[in-house]
Ligand binder design. Structure first.
Ligand code: SF4
Length: 117
C-alpha cells in the first residue's frame, strides 16, 4: 500500500496540515479557535474529511463539526453509517495492523487488489 491509496490520503491536502493538533482536541466547554474554523471552511478536502469523521471519529473537531454535532448528525441520519468494530489483540489493545487492513479492504485499495472501476 502506498500513501497515495491510503484511506486517509486526502488528509495530506487538508488546510489544517501543519497546524497545532491540540487546537482540534479541546474540552467540550471550550470554544473552538477561529483559525481552526477558518481552516475547515476553506479546506479543499472538506467533504472527504466530513465523510470520514462521521463514520470513524468520535473525538476532536473535524470538518467543521464538534464531537456533539457529529453525534447529532449520526442520530439524524436514516441509516447510521457503519462503523467497523476495532480488531483487538489478545491483550485487549487495538490491533493497528488489522485495523489498517480492515480500512484498506473497506476502501478496496489494499496491496495487490484491483481497484474498482
Ligand atoms: S476539513 Fe478541517 S479538519 Fe478536515 S482536513 Fe480540512 S482543515 Fe483539517
Amino acid at each position: 500500500m502506498t500513501a497515495a491509496n491510503h484511506p486517509m490520503a486526502w488528509a495530506d491536502q487538508g488546510a489544517c496540515v501543519g497546524m497545532d493538533t491540540s487546537l482540534f482536541y479541546i474540552e467540550s466547554s471550550e470554544q473552538i479557535a477561529p483559525e481552526v474554523e477558518a481552516a475547515c471552511h476553506r479546506c479543499p478536502v472538506f467533504v472527504d474529511c466530513h465523510t470520514w469523521a462521521l463514520r470513524h471519529e468520535a473525538f476532536g473537531y473535524w470538518a467543521g463539526t464538534s464531537e456533539r454535532q457529529r453525534r447529532r448528525l449520526r442520530r439524524a441520519l436514516p441509516t447510521p453509517p457503519p462503523r467497523p468494530p476495532q480488531p483487538r489483540r489478545p491483550d485487549g489493545a487495538v490491533d493497528i495492523r488489522a485495523l489498517c487492513a480492515q480500512l484498506d479492504a473497506e476502501a478496496n485499495v489494499g496491496a495487490g487488489k484491483p481497484r474498482k472501476p
